[in-house]
Write a protein that binds this ligand. Sequence first.
Ligand code: ATP
Length: 354
Amino acid sequence: MAQILIENVRKEFGSFTAVQSSSFTVEDGEFFMLLGPSGCGKTTTLRMIAGLELPTSGQIRIGGEDVSQKPASQRDIAFVFQMFALYPHMNVRQNIRYPLISQGMKRREANARVEEVARILGITDILNRPVGGLSGGDRQRIALGRAIVRDPKCFLMDEPLGALDAEFREHMSHELRALHDRMGATTIYVTHDQLEAMQMGDKIVVMNHGVVEQFGVPQQIYDWPATMFVADFIGSPPMNFLRFHASLSHGDTHVGLGDHRCEIPQTRQGANGDLVFGIRPEHIRIRTEGGYRARVTATEYLGTTQIVMLDTAHGTLKARAPSGDPVQTGTTLGLDFDPRAVTLFDAKSTRALL
Ligand code: ATP
């Protein structure tokens, strides 16, 4: 079992706190994404799990065992970096075999393991080639091969596809996910790419400024963002925010945006003051009469859909509409919001209210 438990883990570098007290659980066999913008503390979190940094406080448990103060060598984890360093004087087979030989495994047994890993990764035909001159994809497969050959309890990957071009990156991400599904080892994968996180992950932790903003399955994070940061970071275009002022009671089912009444999911708490009405672009319907008033400022053609940029009394919006909808820049029209898809936030705390 390789469940990974992060409990109130915190990391300070001098007076700077890179990771605030963070908690989340990675279940055995999960493909788990650590997602957030540059500098939010993803790599530091991963390095603490690997044992390359020790937490200032808190506990890390792997398979039930407290490893918080143990060195990397005693954690049975493999680390795959973005900048994969291969040994240039060794061929592909020797590169993959290296961790086994340095652990003292017999050459014969090690070679059998390498053959097996090469089959999984589809690189059997290049095993005897020198690594210089191989493509980025092959080099990445070799780096992966070197990580999986030891058959560790878990894999930690820090933007492993970051150095590849977009098309190949997409291809490798499918390969990596398929590889995980075959091997079933717990994997934690760092990325700043929300789409990659949504497509690949069983679960996602979203971090910002060293804080865990939300932790859950991709759909939950997309549909029920816990904070405005998450709502804005996930989705393309991201969730729209309309700012308004209201006094809401527990159980309310409507809010007023100016004189327009919008249905919302029934509130579970009261709220008073500056609020934010959150709605994703695909949950806005454009109509010719009635509805919430908005002026079209621009449109962006995307093939089957178009993004319609709108100005309203409470802020700007982007709506995703079928391309066939006739929408003229400069005209005023009405909007409907899917009431089940509305999220309300407190403007000050930026936390979701519903
Ligand atoms: P990126 O995607 O850019 O790698 P990240 O989310 O992985 O970002 P971290 O590398 O974890 O972020 O860094 C978080 C913060 O901690 C950054 O502000 C970084 O400068 C700081 N930091 C990281 N390592 C150290 C260190 N050894 N000493 C001082 N500050 C550090």
